[in-house]
Every structure is written in C-alpha cells, then in structure tokens.
Design a protein around this ligand. Sequence first.
Ligand code: PGA
Length: 260
Amino acid sequence: MEIIIRPTSLEGSLLAARIVARTVREKPHAVLGFATGSTPLVLYQELARLHREKGLDFGSVAAFNLDEYIGLPVDHPASFHHYMRRNLFEHLNIRPEHVHIPDGLAADIPAACRKYEDEIRSAGGIDVQILGIGTNGHIGFNEPSSSLASRTRIKTLTRQTRLDNAADFGGVENVPPHVITMGLGTILESRMCLLLAFGAKKAEAVSRMVEGPVTASLPASVLQLHPRSVIVLDREAAADLERAEYYEWTNSQKPEWQKY
Ligand code: PGA
C-alpha cells in the first residue's frame, strides 16, 4: 500500500485530483469509479475546476459509482444519483450515457446487480476507483463481515452507518436499511484503488486498514491484497499509524518520476 500523509485534507484532495486528472489525460477513455459522502467533495470541486479552467476533458470518460440506497427516488436529496449530479457530473462534460450508478429502484435487484457487473466488464474495468472509508471500516457499503470476494449485491446497513448518515435523512429512522454496493471482489479488480480519509474520527479505522490483519471485520483491510492501493490521509486520520514516520520518509524520498 502507498500511504500518503498530507498536513490538511485540502492538500490530500488536491493530490488525489492530480492522480485522477493524470489518468484522464493519459487515457481519454478512462473508466473512473466514484464514491459519495463528505470525503471526496473537495476532490470533485477540483476536478470541476480543472475541467472549467484547464479544459480537462471527460467527454470519453465512463463512470461507475460504488453504491446506492434501495427504494430512494433518484431526485431524493440524499440519493447518490442526486449527490453525483449536484457535486460532480453537472460540472463536467461527461456524457449521461457513460454514467452508471446502481439502480436502487430496480424491480429485480439481483438482476440489476448482475447487469452492473456486466457493464463494468464491458467498459473494460475500472482504472481508478475512488474510495472513502466508514468509521466501521466499510468501503462502498461493504459492512463488517462482508465477504472479501463479494460482488455487487444487496447489503443491509449497520446501525453505525445509519447513524453516520442520519443527518442526510433527518433522523436515523429514515435511513433506508438496504443498499446496492459493488462488492469487495469487484473493487479489488480496479487497476488502482484511491482511498481518501480525513479527520480524527477515521483514525482508528485507518490504522486497522493499514496495519491490522486482513479481515472481513474491517472490510477496507482487503486493500492490503491490492497491488496498487494509494491511501491519502490528512494528519488527523493518520494519527494512530505506528509507522507514520516511515510512510512520510518514503514519500519524501520518491524519485521525480514517481511523484504525483
Ligand atoms: P464520509 O463517508 O466520506 O461521509 O465520511 C465515508 C463512507 O462512509 O464510506
């Protein structure tokens, strides 16, 4: 794993944006995997700025989102369809037919999940999968005890996740219990996993992800098995890492060609 610690979440977000922008410049038909939540918001603002001011072209890019609530109308303010449109897609020249978000309104959920997997495969696989991490160590909505080999499927949210997301719904009782999420096996097939974590409340999950055992009890730890996971942290999220000094030293010693 490549652990990058930046003093602030702003600097971490700008670094992540450089990685995504470089991917798009080098491969105009890149397939990007997107996440929702508060963590990637500044990264998305920066991608929008690069498009607006520097002409970063998303015209041939394809997008796949990690997850969506089941049963929520796409225009519900807490739906991930709505989030992506508001926070990213309406600010880019990405083509609507290239945007893929799991269909939480499908009549046949298992069929919709199989179709999603097929669409990822047909697009050539995901080049860069952007990820956040839950306070309980989930990535996507792969809650603790998710199979490390899981594919896109229905999941039931833990109480912790529903509490974490309660503000979007005006109370925990309104958070839908069910979601569709890419599986951990699906995420592992991405060519690069780019996980961002900021703030003290993520410090424990981050240290278990990076320095703990690979375990379904902390789903993000599966990224230890990925050949190219880049973990971008601010100092607060890195606070519990035992080898933080080594990770910082590694970064300061990077040869020029390896810098982001
Ligand atoms: P957050 O959510 O970015 O809002 O902290 C991350 C997650 O639950 O995966």
